[in-house]
Write a protein that binds this ligand. Structure first.
Ligand SMILES: Nc1ncnc2c1ncn2[C@@H]1O[C@H](COP(=O)(O)OP(=O)(O)OP(=O)(O)O)[C@@H](O)[C@H]1O
Ligand code: SF4
Ligand SMILES: [Mg+2]
Length: 342
């Protein structure tokens, strides 16, 4: 990894779970993010993958300061930004921008494209002098592959892919260094997903951006990510380079997710068994003791209910070296998932 631009350590976001309307009594908490650690390198793309409800969007919102963490730290270029407020927070926010999942609902239908893309200049007037904003917006439209002549059109006059380009242009308006893209292509037709991914890829090189790219499917992030983190129930359970995660996954959850991804190469497909996970994802209000994946894990043993596995390179794999030696939160992490099932 290159020099880190973002460092996340011990990050938690628990939402209070209340009962009653008048006297809101706290009866528990939704552990949306429950101990997340990772770093994002400068110019790097880190993919974050996991099933619905595992806390991906909450991580995204914490990074762009739309939410405050319950506990933990986010550092931007070494500076702790978690407790910033007022002007200092605003200054940092400029550098970390978000692209949202659904270009159909995230763009105000009553605003013109020009106003949408230029909106960040209203919030950060210091970023561009008033007289220069239209010109900048036109340039941004051009950069994301839209016709600058369409600056006065409304979102409904564009296709889904074009609307996501509008969202990306808005994300770029303040010339941020980090883009947090929360499932930026999930709502789009498969045929345009690749175009938007390619656009993000090109913009990254042109503007030296660092990306946190969120998806619920390992296949989408594969082409764009340098590293991938797999989330389960509020935590990252495995993280590593592209080759490590796709070639030598060691956590049973990642192995299960990958076994469901279609493989175009028949040789690679051979010998790979499809792992069907049984049971539902537990509720984030009631996280299992020990390893949170144990209620669905085919490898689970007694130790898994007692001890929380930490996200680190597992001891037996450390000496092996190679692609298997990367961080995995499993007491029995291994690469031979096909042979050790009961
Ligand atoms: N404001 C909130 N108040 C209470 N619970 C919340 C709040 N926001 C999110 N949650 C809960 O936190 C958990 C994580 O939600 P989050 O939106 O981060 O998941 P996600 O991984 O982005 O899911 P998806 O793939 O569906 O977008 C879910 O159980 C969700 O219901
Ligand atoms: S720690 Fe145990 S339950 Fe958790 S993933 Fe590893 S084997 Fe499965
Ligand atoms: Mg989400």
């Amino acid at each position: 990894m290159t020099e880190p631009i973002l460092q996340v350590s011990g990050l938690y976001k628990h939402y209070p779970l209340t009962r009653g309307v008048l006297f809101k009594k706290r009866v528990g908490s939704v552990k949306a993010v429950d101990g997340v650690d990772f770093a994002l390198g400068k110019g790097e793309t880190l993919g974050i993958v996991g099933e619905s409800g595992c806390g991906k969007s909450t991580v995204a919102k914490l990074l762009v300061s739309l939410e405050r963490p319950t506990r933990g730290r986010i550092r931007y270029k070494g500076e702790d930004i978690t407790r910033l407020s007022g002007r200092a927070l605003k200054a940092v926010r400029r550098n970390i921008q978000m692209v949202f999942q659904d270009p159909y609902t995230s763009l105000n239908p009553r605003m013109t494209v020009g106003d949408i893309v230029g909106e960040p200049y209203e919030i950060h007037p210091e970023a561009a002098p008033k007289g220069d904003r239209r010109r900048r917006v036109r340039e941004l439209l051009d950069v994301v592959g839209l016709n600058p002549e369409h600056i006065n059109r409304y979102p409904h006059q564009f296709s889904g892919g074009q609307r996501q380009r509008i969202g990306i242009a808005r994300g770029l308006a303040l010339r941020p260094e980090v883009i947090v893209a929360d499932e930026p292509v999930s709502a789009l037709d498969v045929s345009v997903q690749a175009q938007v991914v390619n656009l993000l890829d090109r913009l990254q090189r042109e503007f030296e951006l660092s990306y946190l790219f969120i998806a619920h499917d390992l296949s989408i992030v594969r082409h764009i990510s340098d590293r991938v983190g797999v989330m389960y129930l509020g935590r990252i359970v495995e993280i590593g380079s592209d080759e490590q995660i796709y070639g030598r996954p060691t956590h049973p959850y990642t192995q299960a997710l990958l076994s469901a991804v279609p493989v175009p190469d028949p040789e690679a497909r051979e010998g790979r068994e499809r792992i069907i996970l049984t049971g539902d994802v537990p509720s984030p209000t009631d996280v299992p003791s020990g390893c949170r994946f144990r209620t669905r894990c085919w490898k689970a043993r007694e130790r898994c209910a007692q001890e929380v596995p930490v996200l680190a390179v597992p001891e037996p794999l450390r000496d092996l070296g190679g692609a298997a030696a990367h961080a995995s939160a499993c007491h029995f992490a291994g690469v031979d998932h096909g042979n050790d099932r009961p």
